[in-house]
Design a protein around this ligand. Sequence first.
Ligand SMILES: C[S@@+](CC[C@H](N)C(=O)[O-])C[C@H]1O[C@@H](n2cnc3c(N)ncnc32)[C@H](O)[C@@H]1O
Length: 466
Amino acid sequence: MNKLEFNYLQTANAYEKLLPLNSKKNNGVFYTDIFLSRQILKSLPISQEAVILDPCCGTGSFLFSASQEGYKNVFGADIDKKSIEISKRYVPEGKFIQIDTLGNPYDKVKNALNLKEVDCVVGNPPYAVLNSQTTINSDEDFLQKINASGNNLFIAALFRAFNLAKIGGLISYIIPKNFLHIDAYSNLRRYILGGKTILEIIDIGQYFKNVRGEQIILTIKNSLPTKEHKIAFRKLILNDFVDMSEITQNFYENEIIHFQSGVEQDIFIKLKKSFCTLADICKGYIGRGKSKSINSIAGKDVRKFGYKKIILPQVGNQIFIQNIYSAEAGIIATFGGNLQASETITVLTDGSEEMCKYLLGVLHSKICNFYIQKFCYNNSKLTMHSDAKYLKKIPLNIKNKRTFNQIVDCVGKLEKTDYLSGGWYDLMDELDNLVYETYGLNLEQKKFIEVAMRERLSSRWYKNGK
Ligand SMILES: C[S@@+](CC[C@H](N)C(=O)[O-])C[C@H]1O[C@@H](n2cnc3c(N)ncnc32)[C@H](O)[C@@H]1O
């Protein structure tokens, strides 16, 4: 790090520390370090003469890096006057103004900066849900558009960026990773999938310490995608953007799964396209427990195929699933009989006791947990919730009567066998093999899942920890 970079970082960090926490949260203020902004700029296919704009530039991390990398035409704007002063001080050749770039129409912002064409919009826009504390001072049409697409400041920033960048120009933004898969953002996601060319999506994990959730870098070309266009999926590993997979953009209709490899995509296609889902089969209640009784079952009372303190009921048609899901433990669920559950349990009510046992078997299998982690939680490492919206997506094959009966039988034995005893682990292996057989995966796919789950599941779920 040279002296200028050191001084810049000191100034930007000191300023960020001064900002009151509440106002930081309401305005989505958290600055990007220059390692990441520089890495992003280096990965973009733009010339040194390109006009680069960060419309929410804060203390100017991206534009400071751009100037260090030799880019000559850098522009920045932010609603916060003091942060703009810092940007100006460290990027004297840049042009900066204080303006509300989310509330004001794009042409007003461009005029204020005397900009004609913008080749590349970069940055880390603010993330915050719009509510009484966080607002955008804009016209009704724009607000409705934001509201229909997830009601968040970063959604507004994306919409503004489509107008700020020239046609065929680039937009490269750090945004929350859940933009790729949660329902609230599906309108804008579909719009991008159909109308813009997604060049790359880089998974950067939970990069910002004080920001909830994980982040991605989404890089879009502001023009229609071709039929053959492939999105490059990459991941930040040890300071490098590492290639993971390339997937044709039109493979996606709505949710964008960040496949780590071609094998992962093959497994997804096989499971998703060949089988029905839990939602197709379970027509009963799937959702949080509602009992307020002190005797109701809580998440902490449940273990895999049983309870910590009470005897397993024999009749009924409920499954109880611990609502907190961790990648290390996988699904923790048991037969619920006719017991009552509190809100820390996800209740699945359906069909017969036999169907409950079958579902319990599938839910505890490695393949099911692989599916949930990779394709429902999009490979997120954070603690998630085993909510209905995820469970409903699980693929099921109940047509194979032989494996159906064998799985029911195996679950019956697991319920009667001492928890975590040698016999219990052997039965878990038997269960896994039966579930693999049900889905007809080949050896390579099975091995892939075993390796992936070995990296995530705690050694507690392996006999003798191996
Ligand atoms: C996540 S910070 C990122 C700043 C900078 N791009 C970076 O990467 O370090 C988001 C910035 O958006 C600014 N901001 C929030 N609302 C804005 C608005 N309506 N118009 C312009 N800037 C805004 C905040 O002041 C803050 O500097």
